[in-house]
Design a protein around this ligand. Sequence first.
Ligand code: VGL
Ligand code: ZN
Length: 243
Amino acid sequence: MAGFDRRRFLKLTAGSAAAAGSLGWVGQAIAGGRIVPNEHDVLIVVDVQRCFIPGGSLAVEHGDEIVPLINRIATRFANVVLTQDWHTPDHVSFASQHPGKKPFETIHLSYGTQVLWPDHCVQGTEGAKFAPGLDIPKATLIIRKGYHPNVDSYSAFLEADKKTPTGLTGYLRERGMRRCFFAGLATDFCVAWSAMDARAAGFESYVIEDACRGINLGGTGLAEAWKEMTAKGVQRIQSDAIV
Ligand code: VGL
Ligand code: ZN
């Protein structure tokens, strides 16, 4: 596990590791189903913005319900990062930029398949603001993404070309982070891609399921995203595991 000092970890969690018994490495990290966030843990709150909640242009069903829960979870973490989808008005991911195409259809771009979306989260607009009630003054970094007109970025770490970094990996490494916990919108897009990229960067990665809501594209997108996340070593947890 890159950048992870196993001996130090075991010392810090000696009691809970013993209780976890044969659960193995991951079991030790969530011994007894309980997670006590420490100074090496970061909560990453993904795209909790007006466009993604009911009334917004790309509304995620029940997206507003997670706001109070995320505020509460954030009180348990010393380290919190927020992300904002932050597109140019002519962004390539907008169906409006592709004559004859409608939202939720797909096109092929140089970096792969791109889902086309309604215009959303345009830089500096109301819709790009954080959702009403999101209240996390302790957050130390806001990562904006998707600001290159010709490249989308679901992930908070890497743009959709899979090579342009946002800078978040370096920030988290320099600050000694080891485990990333994800909450926000949408489970099957920006949360999933971020959580998988966190693993790829060598962090442990946990998605707090009840603190997220999904788009569930085509009716199967959410289940597929969980399958892919699980295959890549992302842990699926509920907020009550965090104490
Ligand atoms: C997202 C679609 C397009 C997200 C962002 O935050 O999950 N989804 N842009
Ligand atoms: Zn977007």
